[in-house]
Design a protein around this ligand. Structure first.
Ligand code: FES
Ligand code: FES
Length: 209
């Protein structure tokens, strides 16, 4: 697919698989993932990396909040978000870069967090589904997913929405085929692709207007 990868995070494999369409936040899961979450690094022991025997200290922004913590050099960004920062809106599907459920933005670009080393986000900005809403207002893409019934179980929805936002902001929401191509790395087992496409088209007008 055409979704951008972060070369520093070795994510190329995440988007090389040609699939047809999308991910998201389920209604309940979506609602939980739509609101800002206070970040608190969990006090958990960090396993030593076998390569260097010491944890890696990183400082980065998550949804606008500065975080400094020690991480296992082998840990993925996905596990850091879910298990250390309690940002469980980002979903673990395949854990191998093949489904898009774990999509987040790294410095504004969509990446598969399961293939991104947590240690590589030092000094960078991460945005998750929890960081899209502003106060009590949903992001236009979140609202569009609701308006167009663009989800069934909702498991893929956070990743779908993060990719969809990038699709619009990076200028790929020009027509249905371009949207399908950009979103092709985001798999929806429920087959909500028609609604997802409609949501992206709707949000593209709002976001650009
Ligand atoms: S692509 Fe990361 S969990 Fe599937
Ligand atoms: S709504 Fe996409 S997997 Fe269920």
């Amino acid at each position: 697919m055409d979704k951008e990868t972060d070369p520093d995070c070795n994510n190329d494999a995440a988007f090389t698989v040609k699939r047809r369409t999308v991910l998201g936040v389920g209604a309940g899961a979506t609602a939980a993932g739509l609101l800002p979450v206070r970040l608190e690094a969990q006090e958990q022991p960090v396993a030593a990396a076998p390569e260097n025997g010491t944890p890696t200290h990183i400082s980065f922004q998550v949804n606008g909040e500065q975080i400094a913590m020690d991480v296992d050099a082998r840990a993925s960004l996905l596990d850091l978000l879910r298990e250390r920062l309690a940002l469980t809106g980002t979903k673990k599907g395949c854990d191998h870069g093949q489904c898009g459920a774990c999509t987040v933005h790294l410095d504004g670009r969509p990446v598969s967090s399961c293939l991104t080393l947590a240690a590589k986000v030092d000094g960078r900005e991460v945005t998750t589904i929890e960081g899209l809403a502003r106060g009590g207002d949903l992001h236009p893409m979140q609202q569009a997913f609701i308006d167009n019934d663009a989800l069934q179980c909702g498991y893929c929805t956070p990743g779908q929405i993060m990719s969809a936002v990038a699709c619009v902001t990076q200028g790929h929401a020009t027509d249905p085929d371009a949207i399908r191509e950009f979103m092709s790395g985001n798999i929806c087992r429920c087959g909500a692709y028609v609604g997802i496409l409609a949501a992206v088209l709707q949000a593209a007008e709002t976001m650009e207007g």
